[in-house]
Write a protein that binds this ligand. Structure first.
Ligand code: ADP
Ligand code: MG
Length: 695
């Protein structure tokens, strides 16, 4: 038997069963079997008393007592065997529906035995069908935790139930010394107190006790984290060593003049720190790949602009790409305003840019006379070509895929530096794993003078007071958002709702201008209405989530989110970020119906408790799991067998530190200490993408 042996050739399997197992469990080889971990364990060290059994004990239990009164009931098809089991605290029935005479004779009566099995309840009376029986004196002390494997009815029907897998795994585990090889050097296992790999595999299937199970699990989790990070780390290293990138050696007039004369405020320390990180990246002849995380309102745009000025000082063009037309427009407006008086040329390219303007843009980009372009994914089109693109900035990462990032790379012979900005902070562990090919900068400080947004939860019966409160704020000169969910399946219904509510709001706020934006509008109309609100002419904006990302109206101080239970946490946080952008105290009011699910309650509570995007993202990950946070396309990337990004942050941190150390000291894994790692890596992780070139 080798790890690659097909399970078809294992005793008692054969081609038909092998096909079934492969189909249901995706297990094809001995190695797959080893990695087929139990979902839980039957604790043979725990003995229940009959009197303590409850109707909720659906799991298998172990009892200790005596069997008596064994008798056959009925004959023919309904024939069965029954007995009584008593442990001094109570009794239950044992039943066998199918049995041989041999089995019948094996059942020990009137002496102490252990029985295991699943409890059935009928009329408050407990019974156990087909118990497993172990005489007290024959009891093995080893393997007191019995593995329970993931199963399905389909398998059980074909006699591939727990018994089958337990026996199979027992045989496989006996071969572990030949099947499982160590893949970590001793200096790592010693440092972290990890058990040897073989021992870990044995104990994940047949733990000696709880402590051994925990140690085994830790070891296997560490491995997953370690090799995952290693593969990203090596990829990154390879990228660095291949050393293509435009070095920006100088900081010159454009940057300095702007910095000294045009910035309307003092940069926060976090902004300064991040700029330094970007500067030292771009100084080197290696392409920058940096993720900039910063909560809404933390001032990422200014960082983007200053980075683009660094590119310009070195004779390079930059582009800034946003996911929506409104956002691109807003970036364009904001940056144009900041640059006015500097004489720096900047233009906007979106889907609705007129042909004439488009032509000018194409020419200016190609001739190099246009140093900065802002736009939507229209920038990705093939006919958008640059003379010297040195820096590509992507705002709001979550809307763009990796493939689109790659498309930007190709716009220059030497790929441009890439800065990805996101206002949707993702949990540290997730960033560490998913973005391990990016360097991460964080703006963890808001500009001074911002007051934390006050968030409250209100229900339908509070509506009048919510409206009154909004009115007071408007009377103080502020503006208000009302946001409604639009969910695709019920879009027509939601849309109808939106219109009705717009009517109610317009009625209540009679003497105010109320405007609206939603996804069914033409871009022109949307922009016009948005503009009407942004300019202060309308005091109220009724909107769907089209305003979610990046919209900036500093005078707006109240965000009312309707049917807030229907929004996810990160969406709620994004929406809330539309207020609190000016100096005034801002408010976010989460309206929900009376009855909401526990999960929704947790989301609302979290929102009311904190403004910290990172905290919110942690809770979000606990509620939804890492896959959903990244979106379905990318979720496979973090599909770990044992590792849990929510609870294993310490292990992830440790593995990352060690990986960084190894890559720094021995990027080719040439050191004798690293041969185990290297071999395992080559076999299991390198796949097509890399390494072939390194070694
Ligand atoms: P985000 O990180 O959400 O993109 P923006 O870049 O839109 O944030 O900045 C939000 C607001 O804060 C803008 O009006 C911007 O001009 C302002 N701002 C940015 N940096 C500072 C600062 N250091 N001090 C004061 N205001 C700032
Ligand atoms: Mg922004």
């Amino acid at each position: 038997m080798t790890p690659d042996t097909s399970i078809e050739f294992l005793k008692g399997i054969g081609p038909d069963r092998a096909r079934l197992i492969k189909k249901v469990l995706e297990i094809a080889t001995v190695n797959d079997l080893l990695d087929f971990y139990p979902i839980r364990y039957l604790d043979k060290s725990k003995v229940y008393h009959v009197k303590d059994l409850t109707e909720n004990d659906l799991l298998e239990v172990q009892l200790k007592g005596k069997i008596s009164g064994l008798q056959e009931i009925r004959t023919g098809k309904t024939r069965r065997l029954a007995a009584k089991f008593t442990d001094g605290t109570g009794s239950l029935d044992l039943v066998w529906f199918q049995y041989s005479n041999w089995l019948k004779e094996q059942i020990p009566q009137n002496r102490e035995v252990y029985i295991f099995g699943r409890i059935n309840v009928f009329n408050h009376h407990f019974s156990m069908p087909h118990p497993e029986i172990e005489p007290e004196e024959k009891r093995e002390d080893e393997n007191r935790l019995r593995p329970i494997y993931p199963s399905s009815e389909k398998l059980t029907k074909h006699n591939l139930g727990q018994k089958f897998f337990q026996n199979l795994m027992r045989r496989i585990c006996a071969e572990i010394p030949n099947l499982v090889q160590e893949n970590l050097p001793e200096y790592i296992t010693t440092k972290l107190g990890l058990m040897p790999r073989q021992v870990a595999y044995l104990n994940i299937h047949f733990p000696k006790d709880i402590q051994h199970f925990q140690q085994a699990e830790k070891r296997l989790k560490f491995e997953e984290a370690f090799f995952f990070q290693l593969s990203y780390g090596l990829k990154k290293k390879k990228h660095e060593m291949s050393a293509v990138g435009n070095p920006f050696p100088v900081v010159g007039d454009y940057f300095n003049t702007f910095y000294e004369k045009f910035i309307p405020f003092e940069l926060t320390n976090a902004q300064k720190r991040v700029l330094k990180e970007i500067r030292s990246d771009m100084r080197r002849p290696v392409q920058m790949n940096r993720l900039l995380q910063g909560d809404v309102g933390s001032g990422k745009t200014m960082v983007a602009l200053l980075s683009m000025l660094m590119a310009l000082d070195n004779g390079f063009q930059s582009c800034l790409m946003a996911p929506t037309e409104i956002l691109a427009q807003q970036h364009f407006n904001g940056i144009s305003e900041l640059l006015s008086g500097t004489g720096i040329n900047i233009r906007l390219l979106t889907g609705s840019t007129k042909t004439a303007e488009r032509k000018v843009i194409h020419e200016e980009l190609l001739s190099g006379s246009l140093p900065i372009i802002v736009g939507t994914h229209a920038l990705l089109e093939d006919n958008v070509r640059f003379k010297k693109l040195g820096l590509a900035i992507i705002d709001e990462q979550h809307r763009f895929g990796v493939a689109q990032r790659a498309k930007l790379w190709a716009k220059n012979v030497i790929p441009p530096h890439i800065l990805v900005m996101t206002a949707t902070p993702i949990p540290r562990t997730l960033a560490m794993s998913f973005y391990s090919d990016l360097d991460v900068s964080v703006i963890d400080e808001l500009p001074v003078g911002r007051k934390p947004i006050i968030t409250a939860h209100r229900k339908e019966q509070d509506r009048l007071s919510v409206f009154r409160f909004a009115k007071e704020e408007i009377d103080k000169g502020r503006q208000v958002y009302f946001v409604y969910p639009l969910i695709e399946e019920s879009e027509t219904l939601d849309y109808k709702n939106l219109m009705e509510n717009f009517g109610h709001i317009a009625d209540f706020f009679k003497d105010q201008n109320v405007t609206m934006v939603h996804g069914r509008m033409k871009p022109d109309e949307k922009d016009a209405n948005m503009q009407y609100f942004a300019s202060g002419n309308a005091r109220i904006l009724v909107a769907t989530t089209v305003i979610e990302v990046g919209v900036n109206v500093p005078n707006a101080s109240v965000m009312v989110i309707e049917s807030a239970e229907r929004f996810g946490l990160s969406q709620l946080h994004q929406l809330r970020g539309r207020v609190g952008r000016g100096a005034e105290q801002s408010y976010c009011i989460l309206m929900t119906s009376d009855k909401i699910s526990n999960e929704a309650r947790k989301r609302i509570k979290t929102m009311c408790e904190t403004n910290d995007g990172f905290r919110i993202s942690e809770v979000d990950m606990q509620l939804r799991g890492p896959g959903d946070i990244l979106g379905t396309q990318q979720s496979g990337v973090v599909d770990f067998k044992k590792l849990d990004l929510v609870t294993d942050s310490v292990l992830i941190r440790q593995s990352k530190d060690i990986v960084e150390y190894i890559i720094r000291k021995d990027p080719f894994l040439n050191h004798p200490d690293h041969q185990l790692i290297r071999n395992f890596y080559l076999k299991n992780y390198s796949r097509r993408h890399m390494w072939s070139k390194i070694s």
